[in-house]
Design a protein around this ligand. Structure first.
Ligand code: TMP
Length: 254
């Protein structure tokens, strides 16, 4: 078989040309980075877990009518996705103060926010993904007003869906990041959720103990990321309780 054409390689994922026009293959690596690449490590099996967790979330979103780029999982590390025109901003939704919000505004981590807060960051590694406002996004034409309205609506729907999904398995959704892209259907353009949704891009805390179940475990040297993501996948019913891939339902947390 001919070698696939590499389209893009990022810190945790690789994109290859897909088998059909307007498709790509998204490959999940085991690499973990933090601090814009300053800290780097490899966790055996992390890519496999994120592939499965992101598939689970995207399928759930698709099932409730939230459009995503996800088409189907191909194998342990790869999924087939729609090629989209990426909007160069990261959309962060916060329910509870943590991370950079706590640092910037001096709000203690764990303080519930009065309402979900949406922030935007310009995707530029050289600049360290600086926070930007809607004004910047519109003025520099990174997105139109319609794109902005669609992205905000999408982000809030993803927040409601993810909050419920995780709460059902005893996990508090503190905050998360999504990316969005444009697709064209006939003459109509729409905004879809792209990239991945996994513990790499969410803050997840155990409801009872507050234990961290996300990439902060790596950022703050709290343990092994693959073990942590295995726990998330197991709770979601993606992996059976004993570990390994299987088909069981979500685990009820009493
Ligand atoms: P922050 O508190 O560091 O701004 O992060 C907010 C959320 O966004 C958190 O769930 C982690 C996620 N995030 C990413 O997925 N990628 C990033 O580059 C950054 C800065 C945050």
């Amino acid at each position: 078989m001919a070698r696939r054409r590499l389209v893009y390689e990022g810190k945790a994922k690789i994109l290859y040309e897909g088998p059909e026009p307007d498709t790509l293959i998204q490959h999940f690596k085991d690499d973990a980075t933090a601090g814009n690449g300053e800290k780097h490590a490899i966790f055996d099996g992390k890519g496999v877990l994120n592939n499965r967790i992101s598939e689970h979330v995207m399928l759930g979103l698709n099932a409730i009518g939230v459009p995503t780029h996800f088409i189907k999982r191909l194998n342990m590390r790869e999924q087939l996705i729609r090629a989209v025109e990426m909007i160069p901003v990261e959309i962060v939704v916060r329910n509870v103060a943590a991370g950079s919000l706590s640092k910037r505004l001096g709000i203690e981590e764990g303080t519930p926010l009065p309402r979900p807060i949406i922030e935007f960051y310009f995707k530029d590694d050289k600049l360290g993904d600086p926070m930007v406002t809607e004004e910047h996004i519109l003025a520099f034409n990174w997105a139109t007003q319609q794109d902005m309205d669609d992205m905000i609506a999408l982000a809030l729907r993803v927040n409601d869906f993810l909050s419920g999904l995780f709460l059902g398995v005893g996990i508090r959704l503190v905050d998360f990041k999504i990316e969005a892209g444009r697709v064209w259907e006939d003459d109509f353009q729409r905004i879809v959720v792209a990239d991945e949704i996994s513990p790499d891009s969410c803050r997840l805390w155990d409801v009872k103990t507050g234990k961290k179940l996300d990439k902060d475990v790596f950022r703050r040297d709290l343990g092994d990321l693959a073990d942590t993501y295995t726990e998330v996948a197991t709770r979601l019913g993606i992996l059976p309780a004993g570990g390994g891939a299987g088909e069981s339902g979500p685990k009820l947390v009493h």
